[in-house]
Design a binder for this molecule. Structure first.
Ligand SMILES: NC(=O)c1ccc[n+]([C@@H]2O[C@H](COP(=O)([O-])OP(=O)(O)OC[C@H]3O[C@@H](n4cnc5c(N)ncnc54)[C@H](O)[C@@H]3O)[C@@H](O)[C@H]2O)c1
Ligand SMILES: O=P(O)(O)OC[C@H](O)CO
Length: 337
C-alpha cells in the first residue's frame, strides 16, 4: 500500500481520496481553502458537491502543504487549472528529487499555452510528472460506479506504479506513453462540451449534439496530431470517451454551463450558477490560440470563443457553423481522378 497525497479537495480531489482510501492506501487530502479543510474534517463529506459520499477512515485532511508533500510515494495534483502553477511553486521546496506526481486536472494555461503537465515539468523540474485522465465524473467515482481512465507517463515504471495505485474492481486504468495527447484530449473536450450544452440550451436535438461531438473530435485530433499527440489517444478514453461523457451527462459542469448560456445566461452568470470550476471557459482562448499557432482549423472552438467573449448570439454561431464553406469530411479522403 502506498502513501499518497492529493492536492486540491474539490469534487475531483475528494472523489479520488475516497477511491484511493478504499483501495487501502494511506491518503492525505490537502486544500488551500480553509473552508474545505474544516468541512471535510467535521463532516467527512463534501456535502455540497458529493452528498452522501463519506471519506474512508484512512484519509486524513490537512491544510499544511509541507505536511501533505512530505514522505509520499505519489502526489496527485487535483486543483483547478488556474491554480496549478502557483500550487506547484509553493510546493516545490517540499517535493523530493524524482517524486512521482500525477496531474488529474484538465486545462491549458492561457498566458503560456502550456498543458498542465508542461507547467508541472517547468515548476517541478526535479520530479517525475504524469497525467491521469478519461471519462470520470467525481459524482460517480465517489459512489464506486465502474469507471475507466488512462495514465500517461514518460516511463513505463511510473505509468505502471500509478496504474497499480488507482486500479480497483470499480476503477480500471490503462497506460500510455502519449502524455501530450492525453492532456489535450481531456482539456479541449471541455470547450466542445460548452458547445454541446449551448445546443441543448437552444432546444436543438440529438442530431445537433452528435454533429458537435463528431466534428469536435475531428478538431481535437487535428490540433492534437499537430502537437505530437497520437490518433489512438483521440479515439480512446481521453478523446472520444471523455467527449461522450462530458457532452451527454447531467453531471457535466461544462455542458451545464453551456446549457445555461444557450438559454440566455451570460457566461459569468452561468459559471456562478454551476458553482464549480468550468474548465472549458479557461481553456477556450488558449485552444484557439494553439489552433492559430499550429495552423489548424477549429471552427467549433472559434464559435465558442465568439459566444463566450464577444457576445455573439448562440443561435447565430450555430448557423455560421452550418453555413461554412462546403468541404470533404476528411481532406485526406478523396476520389481517384
Ligand atoms: N469534477 C469532476 O468530475 C472531474 C473529473 C475529472 C477531472 N476533473 C478536473 O479536476 C479539476 C478540479 O475539478 P473539481 O471538479 O474538483 O473542481 P471544484 O470546483 O470542485 O474544485 C476546485 C478546487 O480547486 C482548489 N482551489 C481553489 N482555489 C484555490 C487556490 N487559490 N489555490 C489552490 N487550490 C485552489 C480547491 O480545492 C477547489 O475545491 C478540474 O481541472 C477538472 O476539470 C474534474
Ligand atoms: O464533464 P465536466 O465538464 O464536469 O468535466 C469533468 C470531467 O472532465 C469528466 O471526465
Amino acid at each position: 500500500m502506498a502513501k499518497v497525497s492529493i492536492l486540491g479537495a474539490g469534487a475531483w480531489g475528494t472523489a479520488i481520496a475516497i477511491l484511493l482510501g478504499n483501495n487501502g492506501h494511506e491518503v492525505t487530502l490537502w486544500s488551500a481553502l480553509e473552508s474545505e479543510v474544516k468541512l471535510l474534517n467535521e463532516e467527512r463529506e463534501l456535502k455540497d458537491k458529493l452528498p452522501g459520499a463519506k471519506l474512508p477512515e484512512s484519509v486524513a485532511v490537512c491544510g499544511e502543504l509541507e505536511e501533505a508533500c512530505r514522505d509520499k510515494e505519489l502526489l496527485v495534483f487535483a486543483v483547478a487549472s488556474p491554480f496549478v502553477r502557483n500550487t506547484a511553486k509553493i510546493a516545490r521546496p517540499f517535493i523530493k528529487e524524482n517524486q512521482i506526481v500525477v496531474n488529474v486536472a484538465k486545462g491549458i494555461e492561457e498566458s503560456t499555452l502550456n498543458t498542465l503537465t508542461d507547467i508541472l515539468k517547468e515548476e517541478l523540474n526535479h520530479a517525475d510528472i504524469a497525467v491521469l485522465s478519461g471519462p470520470s465524473h467525481a459524482e460517480e467515482v465517489s459512489r464506486g460506479i465502474p469507471t475507466t481512465c488512462v495514465v500517461g507517463a514518460e516511463t513505463k515504471a511510473s505509468a505502471y506504479f500509478i496504474q497499480d495505485v488507482f486500479m480497483s474492481e470499480r476503477f480500471r486504468v490503462y497506460t500510455s506513453p502519449d502524455v501530450v495527447g492525453i492532456e489535450l484530449g481531456g482539456s479541449i473536450k471541455n470547450v466542445i462540451a460548452l458547445a454541446a450544452g449551448i445546443a441543448d440550451g437552444l432546444g436543438f436535438g440529438d442530431n445537433t449534439k452528435a454533429a458537435l461531438m463528431t466534428r469536435g473530435i475531428a478538431e481535437i485530433s487535428r490540433l492534437g496530431l499537430a502537437m505530437g499527440g497520437k490518433m489512438e489517444t483521440f479515439a480512446g478514453l481521453s478523446g472520444v470517451g471523455d467527449l461522450i461523457v462530458t457532452c451527454t451527462s447531467k453531471h457535466s459542469r461544462n455542458r451545464n454551463a453551456g446549457f445555461l448560456i444557450g438559454q440566455g445566461y451570460t457566461m459569468e452568470k452561468a459559471m456562478e450558477e454551476v458553482n464549480q470550476v468550468v474548465e472549458g471557459v479557461f481553456s477556450a482562448k488558449a485552444t484557439l490560440a494553439l489552433a492559430k499557432k499550429y495552423n489548424v482549423e477549429m471552427p467549433i472552438v472559434e464559435q465558442v470563443n465568439l459566444v463566450l467573449f464577444e457576445n455573439k448570439s448562440a443561435k447565430e454561431a450555430v448557423s455560421d457553423l452550418l453555413l461554412r464553406d462546403k468541404r470533404r469530411e476528411y481532406s485526406e479522403l478523396t476520389w481517384l481522378e
